[in-house]
Design a protein around this ligand. Sequence first.
Ligand code: TPP
Ligand code: MG
Length: 330
Amino acid sequence: MSISNYPKEQLLTFYRQMVKVREFELRAINERRAGLIPGFIHSCVGQEATAVGACAALNQDDVITSTHRGHGHLVAKGGEPRYMMAELAARQTGYCGGKGGSLHMTDFELGILGANGIVAGGIPMAVGAALAFQMRGEQRVALSFFGDGAVNEGAFHEAANLAGLWKLPMIFFCENNLYGEGTPQDKQAPVKDLSIRAAGYAFPGVIVDGNDVTAVYEATQEAVARARAGEGPTFIEGKTYRYRGHYEGDPMVYRSPEELEAWQERDPIAAFRQRLLEHKFASESEITAVESEIQSLLDEAVEFAAQSPQPTRESALDGVYGDTHEGRVF
Ligand SMILES: Cc1ncc(C[n+]2csc(CCOP(=O)(O)OP(=O)(O)O)c2C)c(N)n1
Ligand SMILES: [Mg+2]
């Protein structure tokens, strides 16, 4: 669909959300350096369009599962930067009471079933949620984000098999950023387009430009419509690229600066900003207003995290053994 068929508000929302994802990541990286945030960060800078385009096609009561590179998915599904930042900073006010950190952030009310430190670990969980929706006769959809590396894990294949067999309302969303840690895709899989693997489980696999937010949105919308109509899963492969290392501190010796530069020239946010201006959907000052709105939001989020208390020693066992955080269930 041509960009001119979108309502202006929706396009500005895409832009706002992508900027929010990127700025969240840049702030988190900064605050980690400054000492506010302990632990690892796997940032998704460069991959904003997949998270935002896919989540924009979901309803609030649809669910997602995420990965170790999950901050963008959470923001895109409605996660609040202040609770995310507080979680990264290990504070009581964070999404997991400060005891989960980057790899476990969850908000059931927003349909976020969790980031996940286990590669491919979120996929069977999403398929389980999709099975529950089907059994209860609900019109809800589950979408699992995962990377190219995850498609070589047994968990992916087992989950895809059952989702295909039972025609579950499930979307397999692969963010193919060409690397699993330092291993390029052609050294970890015999196929270039991972979406062809969906054929083995009798559902469609589609490739989309993962740096184009409207293309991602439209592909996901189609998959959602199939899922809600009882036609079963779709595998979407978004071709994209991460700009920073696998984790903050990664020396990145496995790829060339030229490759990185070539992808940065197709930056999802800069390209979309340019499209908004060219098609006169927004003026320079409207766009700048969105950007400074996000800066204030993140100033507040960092301040909120920094001012929040750490978890108490007495709370060490709260939320363990199947307890739900603050009694929330999905
Ligand atoms: C089951 C499992 N194996 C290995 C690891 C170590 N590990 C963490 S991230 C990662 C690479 C994953 O690559 P990909 O799925 O492409 O995601 P990306 O990091 O590119 O977003 C690996 C091997 C792990 N966390 N879990
Ligand atoms: Mg990858």
